[in-house]
Design a protein around this ligand. Structure first.
Ligand SMILES: Cc1cc2nc3c(=O)[nH]c(=O)nc-3n(C[C@H](O)[C@H](O)[C@H](O)COP(=O)(O)OP(=O)(O)OC[C@H]3O[C@@H](n4cnc5c(N)ncnc54)[C@H](O)[C@@H]3O)c2cc1C
Length: 507
């Protein structure tokens, strides 16, 4: 498979490459046998390899492209750098509320924004560097494509590597929609969009998932005329409908044209432009743009690994099949991260890697199903979630008590001019046991953590209520959920008894 190049070849990208794919790297002579061979050096692979080596295991790590994988090179890191720049510009543009004179035209230097993106990415890449893996952790790093040759051995660049245990951490790649003409018209994915040096003035984003929403908003704020095409009736298909509504309004305010329930018929190229032809409400429309970004989901990287030779079962769409202990159909081979798990996030890849080490090397019995997994879409406002949704809980036959506090009730949100959003929690009815929560706020990704902690530690909402939150903070909205819950416990009968008691005390 041809891997995309890292462009442009400036100083920052050269630093990045020196760290995550050093030119002229010489693979070591393989040891007689490894305790653990890790294939893929994204988050899952790096955490697995470094964790195991740190505990004294003899570890080989195999990477065919860039250490750091998607997160560092084409995912979380560059996208959040871009989002930060877009937020700064948005804040300036809307700062008349705080007394700044309105600016008619904001000169935006897109090339400088992307230069900063490459610079901070290169800075961060030091954590994932080849030299660090070799010198700090004592890992044998092999650059090249890894493929299994048998149940307990594999090869990379003509070298045979024998193992006691192997970890498949090969991640995922962008899924491609079957749109006639798209290949010829040309398109961007997350692997190429961060290489742009010129802002596309008209931009089509295909897919209203987290990636599509984050980048559509960011590019709109940077000055692109963005159209977001989504086949469903709304964006972020799995999120709370109220959260979705707020975000759709916010995207529209930023100038994103939301084309919901749209079916793309074809793409063509015409006089230097790309035309996306789509149908919406029975009407066919041509959308002329300068760039098309495809963000419709991720496909696991299982091809080329020769998994049959190792006796590892997989599904081309769902990835490597693992049990709850992350073990594949070959008991010697485990998997972690996007290649085998439906929740495709860096923090889940990290958490699964830790489970993998315990189970593969120490006969652990840890289960992936026991994880409490939060996530966040880094739009403005952010949409963060953990645990069950109300509908999901009801579908499981659980009686739910849902509480919501609008963000406007937190003084800090009012002071900051960031009242758009809410904190919502789902409790098992009749108890304070937290089933799940959604937070919509500018920094919802930070706010959700205390709820995740409570769920992980099996603390009820009352524990959050007893926790002093500094005033004024937006996280007070979460404490207010607990106050609201406590008020619901004061039944009319209990209130009557209390009133009687107070009357008696006044005598
Ligand atoms: C635009 C974007 C933004 C994102 N933002 C966030 C975010 O904000 N927060 C978050 O939590 N998650 C985010 N994600 C998701 C996150 O990036 C992934 O979940 C995470 O990178 C998965 O890590 P991984 O190790 O499983 O796979 P990867 O990072 O994909 O790593 C797999 C590695 O395996 C290598 N490989 C594959 N096959 C072979 C082979 N045969 N031999 C050798 N090497 C091989 C690949 O080259 C790659 O380096 C984002 C994703 C995208 C695309």
């Amino acid at each position: 498979m041809k891997q995309p190049l890292l462009l442009p070849q400036d100083e920052s990208n050269q630093t990045l490459l020196r760290n995550v794919h050093p030119p002229g790297w010489e693979n070591p002579e393989p040891a007689r046998c490894y305790n653990l061979v890790v294939i893929g050096a994204g988050t899952a692979g790096l955490v697995t390899a470094a964790g195991a080596a740190g505990l004294g295991a003899k570890v080989a790590l195999v990477e065919r492209h860039l250490l750091g994988g998607d997160c560092l090179n084409y995912g979380c890191v560059p996208s959040k750098a871009l989002i930060r720049a877009a937020r700064a510009i948005h804040d300036i543009r809307t700062s008349h509320e705080f007394g700044m004179a309105e600016v008619a035209h904001l000169p935006i230097d897109f090339a400088a924004i992307m230069e900063r993106l490459r610079r901070v990415r290169a800075e961060i890449s030091l954590h994932d560097s080849a030299l660090r893996m070799r010198d700090e952790f004592g890992i044998d790093l092999f650059l090249g494509e890894g493929r299994f040759l048998g149940r307990d051995f594999m090869e990379v660049e003509g070298r045979r590597i024998r193992f006691k245990r192997a970890a498949i951490c090969t991640g995922a790649r962008p899924g491609m929609p079957a749109i006639p003409g798209l290949e010829e018209a040309g398109y961007l994915t997350n692997e190429t969009v961060f290489s742009l040096t010129r802002l596309p003035s008209r931009f089509a984003v295909i897919g209203g998932g987290p990636l599509g929403c984050e980048l559509a908003q960011a590019f709109a704020r940077l000055g692109s005329q963005v159209s977001l095409l989504e086949p469903g009736g709304h964006i972020l298909s799995r999120e709370d409908p109220d959260a979705v509504q707020i975000l759709q309004n916010s995207l529209r305010e930023d100038g994103v044209q939301l084309c919901l329930e749209s079916k793309i018929l074809r793409a063509t190229r015409r006089m230097g432009e790309k035309i996306v032809c789509f149908e919406q409400e029975g009407v066919t429309r041509d959308l002329p743009v300068h760039e098309i970004l495809v963000g419709i989901g991720r496909v696991p990287n299982v091809e080329g690994l020769n998994l049959q030779a190792a006796g590892v079962s997989y599904d081309p769409k769902l990835g490597v099949k693992v049990n709850e202990r992350l073990q594949t159909s070959n008991p010697l081979v485990f998997a972690a991260g996007d290649v085998c798990f439906p929740y495709k996030f860096t923090h889940t890849a990290d958490a699964l890697a830790r489970i993998l080490i315990a189970n593969a090397l120490f006969m652990g019995r840890q289960k992936s199903s026991a994880l409490v997994i939060p996530w966040c879409t880094y739009t403005d406002p952010e949409v963060a979630h953990v645990g069950l949704y109300e509908q999901g809980a009801r579908a499981r036959g659980i009686e739910v008590h849902t509480l919501t506090v609008p963000l406007a009730r937190a003084d800090r949100a009012v002071l900051d001019g960031e009242t758009e959003g809410f904190a919502r929690i789902h409790l098992r009815k009749g108890t304070d046991r937290i089933l799940g929560a959604t937070v919509v706020a500018r920094h919802a990704g930070e706010m959700i953590n205390e709820i995740s902690l409570a769920m992980t530690a099996k603390l009820g909402l009352s524990a959050i209520g007893k926790t002093i939150h500094p005033y004024p903070t937006q996280a007070e909205a979460i404490k207010m959920l607990a106050d609201t819950y406590n008020r619901t416990r004061l039944t009319p009968f209990l209130k009557k008894i209390l009133s009687g008691w107070f009357r008696w005390r006044r005598w």
